[in-house]
Design a protein around this ligand. Sequence first.
Ligand SMILES: Cc1ncc(COP(=O)(O)O)c(C=O)c1O
Length: 268
Amino acid sequence: MDHGFLYGDGIFEAFRAYKGRIFQFDAHMNRLYDSAKIIGLNIPLSQEEFKKVIIETVRKSGYQDCYIRPQVTRGIGLLGCDPGSCKESTVVVYVVPLPGMKKDRSIRIVISSYRRPSACILPGSSKMTQYINLILARMEAKASGVDDALLLDTRGFLSEGPGWNVFLVKDRTVITPSIASSILVGITRNVIIRLFKESNYAVEERDVVVSELYTADEIFGTGTGTEITPVIEVNGRKIGEGKPGPVTNEMDEKFREFKKGNGTPVYE
Ligand SMILES: Cc1ncc(COP(=O)(O)O)c(C=O)c1O
């Protein structure tokens, strides 16, 4: 059986096409190949060949707005943790339609009792197919009646949510956990940081403590699936005015504009 199925031994990417253009295609493909390097996995295609396969798959789907998920697993091998018996990686490209985000998508969250594993447990900067840590955190949040969870790292600093990076705004300074906090370095996160810097905001990538959430003017999450999602409540406490703040709204607008002007055309 495939070691991806047996042991979660694999990697993937998740990105989107908006109006027939793949958003941040190269950044996602670079991260896919970096993820493979981190876990010593062979991708049996060059990056250019893989991009062509993805474009062809989206073309065949006919979708203009979709979620695109290339996944590579270790392949079929004998039982046991040794991947040496897996001779050929399995490559799958999965495309599903995904319309744009609805306007009001504020969320209420709790701090999870689960922690993001540190790099000496699992290299979080590789987008690996083991999401159980994040799944458990999401389940816990839903069971307590809120939308989602924010996980801390093993040191107790803020890390990330299930599928999103977190940003705080305080006195017009933008703060987000650094790679040292066991985050997946989000492609959306990188775009948002760039857009903030271009708008002359101070951006701090650093260790962030929980109490900073409670005193933040605004909090929002970023990710391919969630885009920019305002966080209006943490552990039952209202953040700022308890509604999406002006900096979040400004960045949401800038991000929408940025998406329009960028992307690799699929159908041209
Ligand atoms: C664990 C985790 N963190 C952060 C993100 C956000 O990354 P991106 O902006 O590249 O989608 C994701 C996205 O899937 C994720 O799975």
